[in-house]
Design a protein around this ligand. Structure first.
Ligand SMILES: NC(=O)c1ccc[n+]([C@@H]2O[C@H](COP(=O)([O-])OP(=O)(O)OC[C@H]3O[C@@H](n4cnc5c(N)ncnc54)[C@H](OP(=O)(O)O)[C@@H]3O)[C@@H](O)[C@H]2O)c1
Length: 339
Protein backbone atom coordinates (compact mmCIF):
# COMPACT_ATOMS: atom_id res chain seq x y z
CA UNK A 1 0.00 0.00 0.00
CA UNK A 2 1.27 3.47 -0.90
CA UNK A 3 0.84 6.23 1.67
CA UNK A 4 -0.51 9.53 0.37
CA UNK A 5 -1.02 12.92 1.98
CA UNK A 6 -3.07 15.92 0.88
CA UNK A 7 -1.95 19.47 1.68
CA UNK A 8 -4.82 21.99 1.51
CA UNK A 9 -7.29 19.17 2.03
CA UNK A 10 -10.06 21.47 3.30
CA UNK A 11 -10.63 23.03 -0.14
CA UNK A 12 -12.70 21.82 -3.07
CA UNK A 13 -9.99 19.93 -4.94
CA UNK A 14 -8.74 18.52 -1.62
CA UNK A 15 -12.25 17.21 -0.92
CA UNK A 16 -12.40 15.65 -4.38
CA UNK A 17 -9.03 13.99 -3.86
CA UNK A 18 -10.34 12.52 -0.61
CA UNK A 19 -13.59 11.32 -2.21
CA UNK A 20 -11.72 9.37 -4.87
CA UNK A 21 -8.59 8.30 -2.98
CA UNK A 22 -10.62 6.73 -0.16
CA UNK A 23 -12.03 4.33 -2.79
CA UNK A 24 -8.68 3.73 -4.48
CA UNK A 25 -7.58 0.11 -3.96
CA UNK A 26 -3.80 0.71 -4.00
CA UNK A 27 -3.28 3.72 -1.72
CA UNK A 28 -4.01 4.79 1.82
CA UNK A 29 -4.62 8.43 2.74
CA UNK A 30 -2.53 8.84 5.88
CA UNK A 31 -2.44 12.62 6.37
CA UNK A 32 -4.63 15.58 5.47
CA UNK A 33 -3.53 19.09 6.30
CA UNK A 34 -5.34 22.34 6.97
CA UNK A 35 -4.13 25.44 8.73
CA UNK A 36 -7.58 26.56 9.93
CA UNK A 37 -9.12 23.18 10.88
CA UNK A 38 -6.34 21.62 12.96
CA UNK A 39 -7.83 18.71 14.95
CA UNK A 40 -11.16 18.72 13.07
CA UNK A 41 -12.55 15.48 11.63
CA UNK A 42 -12.70 15.32 7.83
CA UNK A 43 -16.49 14.98 7.62
CA UNK A 44 -17.06 18.24 9.53
CA UNK A 45 -15.74 20.08 6.46
CA UNK A 46 -16.54 17.52 3.75
CA UNK A 47 -19.89 16.16 5.01
CA UNK A 48 -20.10 13.51 2.26
CA UNK A 49 -16.83 11.86 3.41
CA UNK A 50 -17.99 9.70 6.34
CA UNK A 51 -16.08 7.22 8.53
CA UNK A 52 -12.66 7.95 7.04
CA UNK A 53 -11.09 8.27 10.48
CA UNK A 54 -9.07 11.18 9.11
CA UNK A 55 -8.49 14.38 11.08
CA UNK A 56 -7.02 17.60 9.65
CA UNK A 57 -3.60 18.52 11.02
CA UNK A 58 -1.79 21.82 10.68
CA UNK A 59 1.50 20.21 9.77
CA UNK A 60 4.59 21.69 8.23
CA UNK A 61 5.35 20.25 4.76
CA UNK A 62 8.70 18.94 6.00
CA UNK A 63 6.91 16.87 8.70
CA UNK A 64 4.77 14.89 6.24
CA UNK A 65 5.42 11.17 6.00
CA UNK A 66 4.06 9.91 2.70
CA UNK A 67 5.19 8.42 -0.59
CA UNK A 68 3.02 10.77 -2.65
CA UNK A 69 1.86 14.24 -1.59
CA UNK A 70 -0.84 16.23 -3.38
CA UNK A 71 -0.58 19.98 -2.90
CA UNK A 72 -4.12 21.29 -3.42
CA UNK A 73 -3.05 24.82 -2.56
CA UNK A 74 -3.27 28.22 -4.27
CA UNK A 75 -0.59 29.43 -6.66
CA UNK A 76 2.08 31.31 -4.76
CA UNK A 77 1.56 29.01 -1.76
CA UNK A 78 2.54 25.84 -3.63
CA UNK A 79 5.97 27.10 -4.65
CA UNK A 80 6.77 27.76 -0.96
CA UNK A 81 5.60 24.30 0.15
CA UNK A 82 6.67 21.93 -2.63
CA UNK A 83 10.50 22.18 -2.26
CA UNK A 84 10.28 21.15 1.42
CA UNK A 85 8.09 18.16 0.56
CA UNK A 86 10.47 17.04 -2.18
CA UNK A 87 13.25 17.12 0.46
CA UNK A 88 11.39 14.41 2.40
CA UNK A 89 11.77 12.08 -0.60
CA UNK A 90 8.08 12.10 -1.48
CA UNK A 91 6.86 12.61 -5.03
CA UNK A 92 4.60 15.63 -5.40
CA UNK A 93 1.59 16.34 -7.59
CA UNK A 94 0.85 20.06 -7.43
CA UNK A 95 -2.60 21.27 -8.46
CA UNK A 96 -1.72 24.96 -8.68
CA UNK A 97 -0.33 26.93 -11.60
CA UNK A 98 3.09 27.34 -9.98
CA UNK A 99 4.99 24.62 -11.84
CA UNK A 100 3.10 24.49 -15.14
CA UNK A 101 5.30 26.90 -17.06
CA UNK A 102 8.41 26.25 -19.08
CA UNK A 103 9.33 29.95 -18.78
CA UNK A 104 9.64 31.71 -15.44
CA UNK A 105 9.10 35.06 -17.24
CA UNK A 106 5.76 33.92 -18.65
CA UNK A 107 4.64 32.75 -15.19
CA UNK A 108 5.68 36.03 -13.57
CA UNK A 109 3.94 38.11 -16.25
CA UNK A 110 0.61 36.23 -16.07
CA UNK A 111 0.52 35.48 -12.33
CA UNK A 112 1.93 38.85 -11.30
CA UNK A 113 4.39 37.47 -8.76
CA UNK A 114 7.99 36.41 -8.50
CA UNK A 115 8.64 32.69 -8.93
CA UNK A 116 10.93 31.55 -6.14
CA UNK A 117 11.36 27.80 -6.69
CA UNK A 118 13.80 25.95 -8.94
CA UNK A 119 12.13 22.55 -8.62
CA UNK A 120 11.68 20.94 -12.03
CA UNK A 121 8.28 19.64 -13.01
CA UNK A 122 6.62 17.71 -15.81
CA UNK A 123 3.34 19.08 -17.20
CA UNK A 124 0.83 16.49 -16.06
CA UNK A 125 -1.46 16.02 -19.04
CA UNK A 126 -1.22 12.22 -19.23
CA UNK A 127 -2.57 11.86 -22.77
CA UNK A 128 0.39 13.88 -24.07
CA UNK A 129 3.17 13.56 -21.46
CA UNK A 130 2.79 10.10 -19.87
CA UNK A 131 6.37 8.99 -20.69
CA UNK A 132 7.82 12.05 -18.94
CA UNK A 133 5.36 11.77 -16.04
CA UNK A 134 6.53 8.20 -15.30
CA UNK A 135 10.01 9.52 -14.41
CA UNK A 136 8.99 12.72 -12.60
CA UNK A 137 9.43 13.68 -8.96
CA UNK A 138 7.14 16.68 -9.37
CA UNK A 139 4.08 16.74 -11.60
CA UNK A 140 2.37 20.05 -12.42
CA UNK A 141 -1.29 19.16 -12.77
CA UNK A 142 -2.81 21.20 -15.62
CA UNK A 143 -5.34 23.97 -15.14
CA UNK A 144 -9.04 23.18 -15.55
CA UNK A 145 -9.71 25.36 -18.62
CA UNK A 146 -6.45 24.29 -20.29
CA UNK A 147 -7.30 20.59 -19.85
CA UNK A 148 -10.52 20.80 -21.89
CA UNK A 149 -9.13 23.33 -24.36
CA UNK A 150 -5.85 21.54 -25.06
CA UNK A 151 -7.39 18.08 -25.41
CA UNK A 152 -10.02 19.33 -27.86
CA UNK A 153 -7.47 21.09 -30.11
CA UNK A 154 -4.24 19.10 -29.78
CA UNK A 155 -4.79 16.79 -32.80
CA UNK A 156 -5.43 19.85 -35.01
CA UNK A 157 -2.19 21.45 -33.94
CA UNK A 158 -0.13 18.28 -34.04
CA UNK A 159 -1.27 17.60 -37.61
CA UNK A 160 -0.95 21.23 -38.71
CA UNK A 161 -4.57 21.60 -39.84
CA UNK A 162 -5.45 25.12 -38.64
CA UNK A 163 -3.79 28.51 -38.32
CA UNK A 164 -6.03 30.09 -35.68
CA UNK A 165 -8.08 28.79 -32.74
CA UNK A 166 -10.59 30.88 -30.78
CA UNK A 167 -11.56 29.12 -27.55
CA UNK A 168 -14.74 29.96 -25.65
CA UNK A 169 -15.32 28.22 -22.31
CA UNK A 170 -18.14 28.16 -19.76
CA UNK A 171 -17.27 27.12 -16.24
CA UNK A 172 -19.15 26.20 -13.09
CA UNK A 173 -18.62 28.16 -9.90
CA UNK A 174 -16.59 25.53 -8.02
CA UNK A 175 -13.69 26.53 -10.28
CA UNK A 176 -13.19 29.51 -7.97
CA UNK A 177 -12.51 27.38 -4.87
CA UNK A 178 -14.19 27.14 -1.49
CA UNK A 179 -13.97 30.78 -0.38
CA UNK A 180 -16.98 32.91 -1.37
CA UNK A 181 -16.49 36.24 -3.13
CA UNK A 182 -18.59 38.91 -4.79
CA UNK A 183 -18.03 37.22 -8.16
CA UNK A 184 -19.40 33.93 -6.88
CA UNK A 185 -22.18 35.41 -4.72
CA UNK A 186 -25.48 33.71 -5.64
CA UNK A 187 -27.44 36.79 -6.84
CA UNK A 188 -24.53 37.77 -9.06
CA UNK A 189 -24.24 34.47 -10.86
CA UNK A 190 -27.71 32.90 -10.80
CA UNK A 191 -29.80 33.46 -13.97
CA UNK A 192 -26.78 34.94 -15.63
CA UNK A 193 -23.81 34.33 -17.89
CA UNK A 194 -20.76 36.29 -16.85
CA UNK A 195 -17.85 36.71 -19.24
CA UNK A 196 -14.72 37.67 -17.29
CA UNK A 197 -11.09 38.51 -18.05
CA UNK A 198 -12.22 38.31 -21.66
CA UNK A 199 -8.76 38.68 -23.19
CA UNK A 200 -6.48 38.39 -20.16
CA UNK A 201 -7.30 35.18 -18.27
CA UNK A 202 -4.04 33.58 -17.12
CA UNK A 203 -5.08 30.18 -18.42
CA UNK A 204 -4.70 31.58 -21.94
CA UNK A 205 -0.94 31.59 -21.43
CA UNK A 206 -0.97 27.94 -20.35
CA UNK A 207 -3.10 26.93 -23.35
CA UNK A 208 -0.79 28.91 -25.64
CA UNK A 209 2.29 27.28 -24.12
CA UNK A 210 1.00 23.80 -24.90
CA UNK A 211 -0.65 24.46 -28.28
CA UNK A 212 1.86 26.94 -29.66
CA UNK A 213 4.66 24.47 -29.09
CA UNK A 214 3.85 23.74 -32.74
CA UNK A 215 4.72 27.10 -34.29
CA UNK A 216 2.58 29.51 -36.22
CA UNK A 217 -0.89 29.00 -34.74
CA UNK A 218 -2.67 31.89 -33.04
CA UNK A 219 -4.60 30.73 -29.97
CA UNK A 220 -6.98 32.94 -27.95
CA UNK A 221 -9.33 32.25 -25.06
CA UNK A 222 -12.36 33.80 -23.30
CA UNK A 223 -13.98 32.30 -20.17
CA UNK A 224 -17.55 32.70 -18.87
CA UNK A 225 -18.95 31.89 -15.45
CA UNK A 226 -22.33 30.13 -15.61
CA UNK A 227 -24.69 29.15 -12.79
CA UNK A 228 -23.71 25.51 -12.46
CA UNK A 229 -21.61 24.03 -9.69
CA UNK A 230 -19.27 21.82 -11.70
CA UNK A 231 -18.09 21.44 -15.23
CA UNK A 232 -16.42 23.21 -18.12
CA UNK A 233 -17.92 23.29 -21.58
CA UNK A 234 -15.53 24.49 -24.27
CA UNK A 235 -16.40 25.48 -27.81
CA UNK A 236 -13.41 26.08 -30.04
CA UNK A 237 -13.60 27.75 -33.42
CA UNK A 238 -10.62 26.71 -35.54
CA UNK A 239 -9.84 28.12 -38.94
CA UNK A 240 -8.47 25.67 -41.51
CA UNK A 241 -5.14 26.63 -43.08
CA UNK A 242 -4.69 26.84 -46.85
CA UNK A 243 -3.24 23.37 -47.22
CA UNK A 244 -6.27 21.85 -45.48
CA UNK A 245 -9.17 23.90 -46.81
CA UNK A 246 -10.64 20.78 -48.45
CA UNK A 247 -10.32 18.49 -45.43
CA UNK A 248 -13.59 16.80 -44.45
CA UNK A 249 -15.16 16.40 -41.00
CA UNK A 250 -14.70 12.62 -41.37
CA UNK A 251 -10.97 13.08 -41.91
CA UNK A 252 -10.76 15.31 -38.81
CA UNK A 253 -12.66 12.72 -36.78
CA UNK A 254 -10.21 10.03 -37.96
CA UNK A 255 -7.30 12.15 -36.73
CA UNK A 256 -8.91 12.37 -33.29
CA UNK A 257 -9.65 8.66 -33.23
CA UNK A 258 -6.04 7.93 -34.15
CA UNK A 259 -4.73 10.29 -31.46
CA UNK A 260 -7.10 9.29 -28.66
CA UNK A 261 -8.46 5.87 -29.69
CA UNK A 262 -6.67 4.05 -26.84
CA UNK A 263 -7.17 6.77 -24.24
CA UNK A 264 -9.43 5.45 -21.51
CA UNK A 265 -10.61 8.87 -20.32
CA UNK A 266 -11.32 10.44 -23.71
CA UNK A 267 -14.54 9.63 -25.46
CA UNK A 268 -15.05 10.80 -29.04
CA UNK A 269 -18.72 11.53 -29.73
CA UNK A 270 -20.56 9.95 -32.65
CA UNK A 271 -21.59 12.11 -35.61
CA UNK A 272 -24.27 14.62 -34.55
CA UNK A 273 -23.86 13.78 -30.86
CA UNK A 274 -23.33 16.86 -28.66
CA UNK A 275 -21.24 16.44 -25.48
CA UNK A 276 -23.09 17.55 -22.34
CA UNK A 277 -21.73 18.62 -18.97
CA UNK A 278 -24.13 16.33 -17.16
CA UNK A 279 -22.52 13.29 -18.82
CA UNK A 280 -19.12 13.89 -17.23
CA UNK A 281 -20.04 15.53 -13.91
CA UNK A 282 -18.28 13.67 -11.09
CA UNK A 283 -16.18 11.61 -13.54
CA UNK A 284 -12.68 11.74 -14.97
CA UNK A 285 -13.87 11.53 -18.56
CA UNK A 286 -13.52 14.16 -21.28
CA UNK A 287 -16.14 14.00 -24.01
CA UNK A 288 -15.07 15.52 -27.31
CA UNK A 289 -17.42 16.22 -30.21
CA UNK A 290 -18.30 18.81 -32.82
CA UNK A 291 -16.37 17.93 -35.99
CA UNK A 292 -18.44 20.31 -38.12
CA UNK A 293 -17.02 22.66 -40.74
CA UNK A 294 -19.04 25.60 -42.06
CA UNK A 295 -18.81 27.35 -45.43
CA UNK A 296 -16.23 29.84 -44.13
CA UNK A 297 -13.74 27.09 -43.24
CA UNK A 298 -14.48 27.28 -39.53
CA UNK A 299 -14.23 23.97 -37.69
CA UNK A 300 -16.31 23.79 -34.51
CA UNK A 301 -15.07 21.45 -31.76
CA UNK A 302 -16.75 20.87 -28.39
CA UNK A 303 -15.45 19.38 -25.17
CA UNK A 304 -16.78 18.86 -21.65
CA UNK A 305 -15.00 17.92 -18.44
CA UNK A 306 -15.68 18.17 -14.72
CA UNK A 307 -13.35 20.95 -13.56
CA UNK A 308 -12.84 19.29 -10.17
CA UNK A 309 -12.15 15.81 -11.60
CA UNK A 310 -10.57 15.66 -15.08
CA UNK A 311 -9.73 19.35 -14.62
CA UNK A 312 -8.06 18.81 -11.21
CA UNK A 313 -8.25 15.94 -8.69
CA UNK A 314 -9.11 13.06 -11.03
CA UNK A 315 -6.32 14.03 -13.38
CA UNK A 316 -4.00 14.29 -10.36
CA UNK A 317 -4.90 10.71 -9.38
CA UNK A 318 -4.37 9.63 -12.99
CA UNK A 319 -0.88 11.15 -12.69
CA UNK A 320 -0.34 9.32 -9.39
CA UNK A 321 -1.29 6.02 -11.04
CA UNK A 322 1.32 6.68 -13.73
CA UNK A 323 3.97 7.54 -11.13
CA UNK A 324 3.21 4.30 -9.27
CA UNK A 325 3.15 2.15 -12.41
CA UNK A 326 -0.49 1.17 -11.79
CA UNK A 327 -3.12 0.66 -14.50
CA UNK A 328 -3.96 4.27 -15.33
CA UNK A 329 -7.69 4.00 -14.69
CA UNK A 330 -7.31 2.53 -11.17
CA UNK A 331 -9.85 4.14 -8.84
CA UNK A 332 -11.20 6.37 -11.60
CA UNK A 333 -13.58 4.23 -13.62
CA UNK A 334 -16.85 5.68 -12.30
CA UNK A 335 -19.14 7.33 -14.86
CA UNK A 336 -20.67 10.82 -14.52
CA UNK A 337 -23.80 11.86 -12.64
CA UNK A 338 -26.34 12.24 -15.42
CA UNK A 339 -28.84 13.92 -15.27
N1 LIG B 1 -11.39 24.49 -8.19
C1 LIG B 1 -11.03 24.01 -9.37
O1 LIG B 1 -11.89 23.67 -10.22
C2 LIG B 1 -9.59 23.85 -9.72
C3 LIG B 1 -9.28 23.20 -10.92
C4 LIG B 1 -7.93 23.03 -11.28
C5 LIG B 1 -6.93 23.54 -10.46
N2 LIG B 1 -7.27 24.18 -9.31
C6 LIG B 1 -6.17 24.68 -8.49
O2 LIG B 1 -6.05 23.80 -7.38
C7 LIG B 1 -5.62 24.53 -6.22
C8 LIG B 1 -6.65 24.33 -5.12
O3 LIG B 1 -7.90 24.78 -5.62
P1 LIG B 1 -9.24 24.67 -4.77
O4 LIG B 1 -10.34 25.04 -5.67
O5 LIG B 1 -9.27 23.40 -4.02
O6 LIG B 1 -8.98 25.87 -3.74
P2 LIG B 1 -9.66 26.13 -2.32
O7 LIG B 1 -11.02 25.51 -2.33
O8 LIG B 1 -9.54 27.57 -2.06
O9 LIG B 1 -8.74 25.30 -1.32
C9 LIG B 1 -7.36 25.56 -1.16
C10 LIG B 1 -6.97 25.17 0.26
O10 LIG B 1 -5.57 25.46 0.39
C11 LIG B 1 -5.33 25.88 1.73
N3 LIG B 1 -4.43 27.05 1.66
C12 LIG B 1 -4.74 28.28 1.23
N4 LIG B 1 -3.65 29.09 1.31
C13 LIG B 1 -2.66 28.32 1.81
C14 LIG B 1 -1.30 28.57 2.15
N5 LIG B 1 -0.75 29.77 1.97
N6 LIG B 1 -0.57 27.55 2.65
C15 LIG B 1 -1.12 26.31 2.84
N7 LIG B 1 -2.39 26.03 2.55
C16 LIG B 1 -3.15 27.01 2.04
C17 LIG B 1 -6.65 26.27 2.34
O11 LIG B 1 -6.87 25.42 3.46
P3 LIG B 1 -6.67 25.92 4.98
O12 LIG B 1 -6.99 27.38 5.02
O13 LIG B 1 -7.67 25.08 5.71
O14 LIG B 1 -5.25 25.60 5.31
C18 LIG B 1 -7.69 25.98 1.29
O15 LIG B 1 -8.80 25.25 1.79
C19 LIG B 1 -5.50 26.00 -6.66
O16 LIG B 1 -4.18 26.28 -7.00
C20 LIG B 1 -6.39 26.06 -7.89
O17 LIG B 1 -6.03 27.06 -8.80
C21 LIG B 1 -8.57 24.34 -8.91
Amino acid sequence: MTNVAIVGASGYTGGELLRMLLNHPEVEVTEITSRQYDGVEAHKIHPHIRDSGLVFKNKQPSELEADIVFTATPHGASMKIVPDILETGAKVIDLSGDYRYKSRDVYEKWYGMEHTSDAEAVYGLPEIYRDEIKKANLVANPGCFPTGAILSSYPLIKNNIVDRIVIDSKTGVSGAGVNPSETTHYPNIADNVNPYKISTHRHMSEIQQELKGFEGVKVSFTPHLVPVIRGIQTTSHSFLNEENEDITPEEIRELYQKEYGDEYFIKIMDEGEIPHLSSVRGSNFAHIGGFEIDETGRLVMLSVIDNLVKGASGQAIHNMNILLGLPEQTGLTHFGLHP
